[in-house]
Design a protein around this ligand. Structure first.
Ligand code: ADP
Ligand code: MG
Length: 267
């Protein structure tokens, strides 16, 4: 294969990766947090990102839906640059309206439980499709009920977040993220704020999404779960991808000493 096969394949109209990060760098106050990260996630696949605290995992995810703006590099979701728009012959920062639309292609579930506390479960899920996508409220409600059924919480639609367990709140958060029909789902340690007995119910939902072919980028410390659902495991340290590969290779025989040492600390 020639060295240019990749770019040419894209140019010829073949589908490229669903998410593509090209040379992403980001500093905070002179400290480099992401240092030229390149990463592709193929459509319908799951990539799990692991690495020590402070290695830049959350910042990386936040760049994908433009909660952080990279200092350099580009991010494409389904071939389209996130957070940028063309104005005449210039490429400029996207307007809030365009950015809101871009974000509907990327669903995100955070570590902290962050449902709207003053809205019911159903209202939490209906909010975005109605406000951002102008979906009719009755249609959004019907879809929200389907999603609640899928995460096993059909009976909780009238509850308020404070009346739910942490695991239930995260399952509602997943339903809320799915409500805008995103092309890719991002998870930032979705189980790390949960009591151990509640972790399983959230991972089950993520597992079902993977089985349904959802493209996902998941930051997690649950190595056994990552080994099971991931097509690719990415190990990050100090703002860089140290190595990546299929679970068996990464967990079985990591090439780098740093990777092996990290796996040893959390297994
Ligand atoms: P991880 O998720 O791997 O633990 P993060 O992406 O949260 O890592 O953070 C990487 C580094 O960037 C940390 O040192 C963190 O303190 C720093 N950082 C993250 N966000 C900000 C911010 N908004 N302002 C300043 N520093 C930040
Ligand atoms: Mg983090």
């Amino acid at each position: 294969m020639s060295a240019t096969a990749g770019p040419l394949a894209v140019a010829s109209g073949e589908p490229g990766p669903m998410v593509r990060l090209i040379g992403i760098s980001k500093s905070f106050g002179g400290v480099t947090v992401l240092d030229g990260v390149d990463l592709s996630v193929a459509a319908g696949t799951v990539t799990c990102v692991v690495g020590p605290s402070g290695s830049g995992k959350s910042t990386l995810l936040r760049c994908v839906n433009r909660l952080e703006r990279p200092d350099s590099g580009a991010i494409l979701v389904d071939g389209r640059p996130v957070g940028l728009e063309r104005r005449g012959d210039r490429v400029v920062e996207a307007s809030p309206r365009v950015l809101a639309r871009h974000r509907t292609s990327v669903g995100m579930v955070f570590q902290a439980l962050n449902l709207f506390p003053h809205l019911t479960v159903l209202q939490n899920i209906v909010e975005s499709p109605v406000a951002v996508q102008r979906v009719r409220r009755d249609e959004a409600r019907a879809r929200a009920r389907e999603l609640l059924d899928r995460v096993g919480l059909a009976h909780k639609e009238r509850a308020y977040p404070r009346e739910l367990s942490g695991g239930e709140q995260q399952r509602v958060a997943i339903a809320r993220a799915l409500a805008v029909r995103p092309k890719v789902m991002l998870f930032d340690e979705p189980t790390s704020a949960l009591d151990p007995e509640l972790i399983g119910e959230v991972l089950t939902v993520v597992r079902d999404l993977a089985a349904g072919g959802m493209t996902m980028l998941i930051v997690t410390h649950e190595l056994r779960f990552a080994a099971e659902v991931a097509d690719e495991i990415v190990f990050m340290d100090q703002g860089r991808i140290v190595e990546q590969g299929p679970p068996a290779a990464m967990l079985g025989r990591p090439r780098h000493e740093r990777t092996a040492r990290f796996f040893a600390t959390i297994q």
